[in-house]
Design a protein around this ligand. Sequence first.
Ligand SMILES: Cc1cc2nc3c(=O)[nH]c(=O)nc-3n(C[C@H](O)[C@H](O)[C@H](O)COP(=O)(O)OP(=O)(O)OC[C@H]3O[C@@H](n4cnc5c(N)ncnc54)[C@H](O)[C@@H]3O)c2cc1C
Length: 230
Amino acid sequence: MSSIPIKTVLYAIKTCRDGNNFDKIGNSINSMLPDDNIKLIHKVMKMGHMSVIEHVNFTFGIEGVSRSFLAQLSRHRLASLSVESQRAVDVSHANFVVPDSIKEDVNNSIIFKGALEHTISAYKRLIENGVPLEDARYLLPNATPTKMVFTVNARELHHIFDVRLCLRAQDEIRQVVTMMKDLVQDECYELFPDELVGPPCNNVGVCSQHNTTCINFKKLLQKKIDSKQE
Ligand SMILES: Cc1cc2nc3c(=O)[nH]c(=O)nc-3n(C[C@H](O)[C@H](O)[C@H](O)COP(=O)(O)OP(=O)(O)OC[C@H]3O[C@@H](n4cnc5c(N)ncnc54)[C@H](O)[C@@H]3O)c2cc1C
């Protein structure tokens, strides 16, 4: 028995090609072997007929991420976001986000922490002096943590995986999007099989970044050289 998201996609596919009404379409979906249904979905996705998976939506609760992460995620225009408001929430006691590249070096951690303490102390003093949160927040750094509810359809999620799982993507968003990928693969692997999930170096064997320091790009180049020698 197929899950509701899978059935929804199958209805969308069969609506395009099958002249029958929905009752008959439902019967034909139920009479097909689950494996055949999945094969059909993958065939259609590989053809690029991707609107059929737009009918499946995923909602994520994301917290403990930086405003810098938010700036990047919110560039994806085909998703819906509800974000914690800095006009309503005093963040002076929050856990600020420290990038791994800074965390792993003691000196850099001290520099970062010092600047943060200085800024947050000024933010607190402004609030104590009666400055509204919505104005005191102008001091807050990109490291300020935030939380959000993020809703996105399966097609846009594939696009996000394409661009944000690339090793060229920034570390924090790549880490969070990797978790999103793992979650949707757990819930609905049929729509996100490894062979169809980005970045493009993984699923289609091409790279538009041409960054010679990237390990995946080097592997692609090596593959090309090997195939020419064969
Ligand atoms: C490694 C990396 C570095 C980046 N660096 C920068 C940077 O320096 N500066 C910067 O400003 N941004 C940067 N970005 C953000 C990037 O430019 C995009 O804004 C972001 O990736 C959102 O993706 P998108 O625009 O493809 O698609 P989405 O908004 O996720 O939309 C999905 C797709 O829908 C279509 N679409 C959506 N809206 C429109 C539209 N209005 N017109 C036509 N087609 C549309 C497009 O096909 C698009 O690919 C970077 C992104 C990455 C991954």
